[in-house]
Every structure is written in C-alpha cells, then in structure tokens.
Design a protein around this ligand. Structure first.
Ligand SMILES: [Zn+2]
Length: 312
C-alpha cells in the first residue's frame, strides 16, 4: 500500500532553518473535523507561530513544510531534530482507521526515504507527549487521548510503523521463505523505472515492451525490480508476472568402459545386477552415493560405479 503525498508548502510560519532530522514526532491537531486542507489554509493564512511538516486526514496527506526545514511543532530541541507530523482529529471510527493507516504509511515512508532511520523506538519516533516529558519545552500530551478514544496507543502506532518499514525495505525473510524467483515482462510500450514507489519519484530509466526483469518485492501497486546498482520501481499495472522455480542442475555422464558396465540395484557390488550399459552411452545422474552414481535406468533407476562414468 502506498499513498500520495501532496506538496503544498505554506508561505507563512516558515523557519527557513535547515533540518537534518533524526526522527519523527507524532501529533494530533486537536481540531475536531478539520481536514488536512483546512489545516493547510489555516497555517498558510496568517502568522500562527506554529507549523508542522505534514497533515494526515482520512483522504489525503498534505506536506506543508519541506522535510529538510525545521518546523515549529514541539519546542526548540525537538524542532531542531525532528520532523513533526499531525494526524487530523475525527470522531468517526472509519475515518480514524483511515487516518491511522495513512499515518503509519507516511511515518514509515519518511523514516525509510527521508531520515533513513529504520529502527523505530521511543527516541526515533516520539509522541508529542513524550517530547513534553523529556525536554519540558511544551506541555502538550497529544495524541494520547485521541488514540485512547479508539482503543489505540502510541506503542501500537510505533509497532505498525516498524512493520510497514520492514515491508518497504523488503525484509529478507520474505524472500527466503519462498524459493521461487519472480520475473516479469513489460507490457507497456515504454515503462518508466522510478526511484520510489509512486509517480512522485524521479524517472531513473526506461524499459521496453517484452523486456524480462527480475522482481524483488511488491509495495502497493509497485514492484521493486533489479535495475542498475540500486534497483528501481515500476508500476505493477504494466508487468506480467511469472514464477521461475530454481532448477536443479541436471548432470549427465558417458559410460567409459571397454565392453559393458554393470548396473546394480544398490550402491555396491554386493547388490544384484539389473542390467548393463555399453561404452559411450549417455546416462542421466540422479545423485551420488559414495563411489556410485544413482542413474536414471529402467523404471526404478540403478547404480553404476563412478570410475566408469565420464561427466559431461
Ligand atoms: Zn502536538
């Protein structure tokens, strides 16, 4: 799942100071019923002495301050070090659930792509209440009460963000559990390869119709593909996916004897003779057992001494 981030930078309430964020602060607007667009208008409308990087409602995500500029959301210390994101306040459960989903995604996105800190804990993702308790530069307790109304906690939010991050960065266990390798062919005439999982990201290359690519993992409607040195993203709408089982290497050998080679029912001369093979015959080898090859022979296979088989 991925969502659109709409950039609508406010012209007022801007610090103009550079931010190299080391984490995020989770807020709630405490303005019941106000959408992200309402918040944008409010902060763009006049000097408020307050701002945040983004607002999330049940239908949209609006970014109002660039990620690399300090916003005024949680007191001096947090503002100089953290990105502040506000969840809009709605009473309706289904709207809250949508806001939660979008916010979890947005925090994960920001941690992976902007801050590049992918371990979520109480230092890297703080609630405003935790910021207030730690630096005592503000007294706000959000979003504790808002979350509690819907039976949620900040710790659950952190858990959700960590899981979303793991999906975004492609947890290795997902790949390892599955031995099949996914490939795809391009169905569009020309397909853009982008730097991230949305059309907001830059185009880093193009693929032609029919080209075969190795797929990594899927995020929403986007495939992460093997491309260049760092991979890229393509829309899943234009990829025809197929699986390829890793094929065991097939091994053949040529019988190399003066007359004929005994085929036995087991891996030893004490096993009964079940047939013989002439010099130069090609055999398919199933497995190796000591000095013997198990070969495809008759209905049940047989064993031949390795000394008389030349591998090809
Ligand atoms: Zn706050």
């Amino acid at each position: 799942m991925s969502y659109q981030i709409t950039e609508k930078f406010i012209s007022k309430n801007r610090s103009g100071k550079v931010l190299t964020a080391k984490g995020t602060v989770l807020h709630e607007t405490a303005t019941p019923g106000a959408t992200a667009e309402n918040e944008f208008r409010y902060f763009n409308g006049a000097y408020r002495g307050v701002s945040a990087h983004a607002f999330v409602d049940h239908e949209s995500i609006i970014q109002t301050v660039p990620w690399n500029e300090q916003a005024w959301h949680a007191g001096g210390t947090a503002n100089r070090n953290y990105i502040g994101i506000e969840l809009c306040n709605f009473d309706d459960r289904s709207k809250f659930d949508e806001i939660w989903k979008r916010a979890v995604w947005l925090f994960a996105y920001v941690h992976v792509n902007v801050i590049k800190v992918t371990t979520i804990n109480k230092d890297t993702l703080m609630s405003h209440a935790e910021v207030s308790a730690k630096w005592k530069e503000t007294t706000h307790q959000d979003p504790i009460a808002y979350f509690a109304k819907f039976g949620k906690t900040v710790d659950q939010f952190r858990e959700g963000v960590q899981k979303a991050i793991n999906v975004m960065i492609g947890q290795p266990q997902q790949q390892q559990n599955n031995n099949t390798v996914l490939y795809g062919t391009v169905t569009a005439d020309v397909l853009n390869v982008r730097d991230g999982a949305s059309t907001n990201f830059g185009v880093i290359g193009k693929l032609k119709k029919g080209e075969r690519i190795k797929l990594g993992w899927r995020e929403g409607n986007w495939w992460n593909i093997y491309f260049g040195d760092h991979g890229g993203w393509v829309s899943a709408d234009y990829i025809n996916v197929f699986e390829e089982e890793p094929k065991p290497k097939i091994q053949y050998g040529i019988v190399n004897v003066k007359s004929s080679l005994n085929v036995r029912s087991g891996a030893g001369t004490n096993y009964s003779l079940i047939g013989n093979l002439k010099n130069g015959v090609k055999v398919r080898i199933g497995s190796t057992e000591g000095d013997w090859y198990n070969i495809y022979f008759g209905d049940h296979g047989g064993y031949v001494n390795k000394d008389y088989i030349k591998l090809v």
